[in-house]
Design a protein around this ligand. Sequence first.
Ligand code: BTN
Length: 234
Amino acid sequence: MKIIRLEEIDSTNNYIKRNIEKLENYDIVSAEIQTAGRGRRGNNWVSTKGMALFSYLIKEEKELDINTYTKIPMIVGISVLKALKRIEENDYKFKWTNDIYFSNKKLCGILVEKINNNFIVGIGINVNNKIPTEIADIAISLRKNYEIDHIIKEIVIEFKKYYNDFLNGAWKNILNEINSYNFLKNKMIKIKINEEYFVGKALNIDIDGRIEIEIQNEIKKFNVGEITIEKGYV
Ligand code: BTN
């Protein structure tokens, strides 16, 4: 495990993708600035100085089955949450499927990409950056001068522990822990399924990693690809 520190790069996930053959399991790439930071669902990720912007590589010998690897983003989420708690105790929440929230606003985003048998885990945390006014109602920064390297190492160490436990069958326990920080729980949310909108009450994350939503007295379960949760309705 080594850390490659870059001043500026298009995206730390892209860097790993380009160098995947040369890099080893748990190698980390961090950058002060990203010029083309990427978020989920093709969004861009504004990447300014003061953020923790990094990616690490998980190399697997064999292809993990889909039921296993779709849970990796959640394992990353709980690892970030627990590591942050150790650095600064706060009431962080886990927002399904893989954001960390604080004070009802997004503190951290996670992008996991699968390349053959390998996974690139990309994490962006608002540590000491100023949130632009346009997104000040939805995003938050810790505004603390923490050493970014320290945060990164703590997160990767935490992830290794969780991931190892996960691969050894501890998903149920990990899920219970994730559910204890479930940001959406009991919130009324507006969701889009295909092109239709519904309003329902979010409940737990189930054993398959689906979110349970009570819609008109019926509990339905959704995979991440099946629904979009509309902003500003929680
Ligand atoms: C999201 O919430 O949509 C995910 C955001 C992930 C951002 C991080 S920053 C480091 C890594 N490199 C990228 O281009 N994206 C991830």
